[in-house]
Structure formats: C-alpha cells, structure tokens
Write a protein of this length. Sequence first.
Length: 76
Amino acid sequence: MHVKVSANSKDFSSISTISRGGLVPAKLLADHMGIDTIFVDKNKIPSNSLFVDVIFDSGGTFKKIILKATNHSNFV
C-alpha cells in the first residue's frame, strides 16, 4: 500500500471510516500513522478525525459522512 499524506496536512487524533469497505484501509493507515483510535459508523465524528474509505467515485458517501462531523460547515 502506498500512502502519501501532505506534509502540510493537520495532525489527526483518530480515523473515521465506514464498515462497508473502509475497515482494512483505515487499519493499515492508522498503523502507518501511529493512530490508535478508529471510529466505525459513528453518528458524530470529531473534526480532527481523518475519514478513510476504500474508493471515491460519486462522492455520495462523503457527502453523507461529512454532515456527521463536528464543525462540518468548515468542509462543505
């Protein structure tokens, strides 16, 4: 797996994902980044959490998930 996170990206305290397709890449990325907390299918997602999914195509999943993030108005 090749992971590139921008050098000017913020520090994340957790990773958030969905159980349908995001668990494996979330775990691999958490291990790579030294993140201990992974939230799966949560109704509230901390604003300092990195959202990980297996694929991005239509953006539909992201549009639904971002509304669950605290301070989501910063992203929309």
